[in-house]
Design a protein around this ligand. Structure first.
Ligand code: EPZ
Length: 427
């Protein structure tokens, strides 16, 4: 539940003293979709390396509400028994806090021929429309009824495979219709599909369990529909969270003496690593870890433009902006994906960063400008982590409210930060 827990952080005032190892947890935006995909299985599915985050707890509650039996095998492994799905109604109470719940609609409609769900909650980063989902279901032969509080979607017999073109590459819409296609009759082709590694990881696992999906990681994904999948004796090992890993690399560049980000997948972070090394950050890239030498790094300002994968990820935009406030020169920041994802810059400005919001998508940052600690409210999980990074490098004490948002996506973040030398307390 949402409590007003807070972080109290005593800033380093620009000193680069953090050292040791920080572990990369399993990816939130991979595991939430594999959990939702369990609806496609006639028997069971087991998932390991599951991060201990609030969004996972919400998704497990949603699945139990639908009739899935959830067995916790150890702190990071769950076995879901999916032989009986009891209802087609997605709980409004839980799903309004969880955008990812939208990817339950495709599997439920494919399996039960019916699904009802609430208008999804928007959040501070933008409207978060679902027109691609409504259009896509119509193209696959479903009837849509807007009940006012949400949607009721039905198919006469089964979803019918067809070609869906997305006006922009949407991550959850691609995942949703890739999963719907698994149970649709015939072939479903998704054009202008998103190519995020989490989508590839999901699709490859579904193929291991009997699905026929080709084109993963390309703009065109083809799914040949068949029957329910089987997860017996199969385990999905959640891939590393590239956004958590990227945020820790940025922290290392700003405040690290020598910080090793472990159990990550550097090849999923090429856009960030390329930008950081060209800005003068000293890193050692190993097979599954990245060592950042903050003290040997120079930070020269550079422009960033967020873009669908493999471009610069919008989820790293806020953490990177903190680095740009400490970089030498002027940076131009262009957030192309969401229209409400720059508001956190005002808070950085109140910490005395030199930032100027031009419009809903563009901002200018001048540096280096040292930051002063202050009271802050995290608006969403990614800006919340940016505030944590800003508070760590600032002088003086900062208080960050709404820690629930940060706990949504970053596993035991205060414990991990204390272990590398950050003076942070959860109250
Ligand atoms: C996913 O959101 C992620 N969430 C987001 O991470 C991430 O920022 C985003 O992809 C972009 O990478 C999950 O995977 C749960 P989109 P998603 O559909 O799928 C527009 C985090 O912090 N659009 O790829 O909702 C949309 O408005 C979160 O972990 C429509 O117009 O994002 C946006 O402008 C934040 N109509 C663009 O597409 C639709 O029906 C791309 O959004 C759907 C999307």
């Amino acid at each position: 539940m949402i409590t007003d827990e807070q972080f109290i952080i005593n800033g380093l005032a620009g000193k680069k003293t953090l050292e040791g190892k920080i572990n990369t947890p399993g990816a939130k935006n991979a595991v939430l979709k594999v959990l939702a995909a369990s609806i496609l299985f006639s028997d069971e599915v087991t998932i390991s390396n599951v991060p201990d985050i609030e969004d996972v707890a919400r998704m497990l509650e949603l699945l139990e509400d639908l009739g899935v039996v959830v067995e916790k095998q150890d702190s990071k492994t769950y076995r879901l028994i999916t032989s009986e799905i009891l209802t087609h109604e997605i709980s409004t109470e839980i799903s309004k806090h969880l955008r990812a719940s939208i990817v339950l609609t495709g599997p439920l409609l494919g399996r039960l021929g019916k699904v009802t769900f609430p208008h999804p909650g928007g959040c501070v980063i933008g409207k978060r429309p679902i027109d691609f989902f409504i259009e896509g279901f119509k193209i696959l032969g479903a009837d849509i009824k807007d009940t006012g509080s949400g949607y009721e979607i039905k198919v006469k017999k089964n979803l019918k495979g067809n070609t869906i073109f997305f006006k922009n590459a949407s991550v959850t819409a691609t995942e949703n219709f890739m999963m719907a296609g698994v149970l649709a009759e015939g072939q479903t082709i998704i054009k202008n599909a998103a190519m995020e590694p989490e989508i590839v990881s999901l699709g490859e696992f579904l193929n291991e369990c009997g699905a026929q999906i080709t084109g993963l990681g390309t703009p065109e994904i083809t799914i040949t529909g068949g029957s329910l999948l089987s997860g017996k004796d199969k385990i999905y090992h959640t891939m590393p969270d590239r956004i958590a890993a990227g945020s820790f690399v940025i922290l290392g560049a700003l405040a690290g003496k020598k910080l090793e980000v472990t159990n990550c997948e550097p090849k999923h972070l090429e856009s960030l690593l390329y930008s950081l090394s060209s800005a003068g950050v000293k890193m050692e890239i190993k097979k599954d870890s990245i060592i950042v030498y903050g003290r040997d790094s120079k930070l020269t300002a550079f422009d960033i433009k967020t873009h669908e994968y493999p471009g610069f990820p919008t989820d790293l935009q806020a953490p990177l902006a903190v680095l740009l406030t400490q970089s030498d020169g002027q940076s131009f920041l262009f957030e192309t994906i969401f229209e409400g994802r720059l508001n956190y810059l005002e808070t950085l400005g109140r910490m005395e960063a030199d930032v100027k919001i031009i419009d809903a998508h563009r901002a200018l940052i001048n540096g280096p400008k040292s930051l002063k600690g202050r009271e802050m409210e995290s608006p969403d999980l990614r800006a919340g982590l940016a505030y944590v990074i800003a508070a760590i490098i600032a002088s003086g004490v900062s208080t960050i409210h709404n820690v629930y948002y940060i706990d949504r996506g970053y596993e035991h973040i205060d414990k991990s930060l204390r272990a590398i030398g950050v003076d942070i307390k959860r109250v």
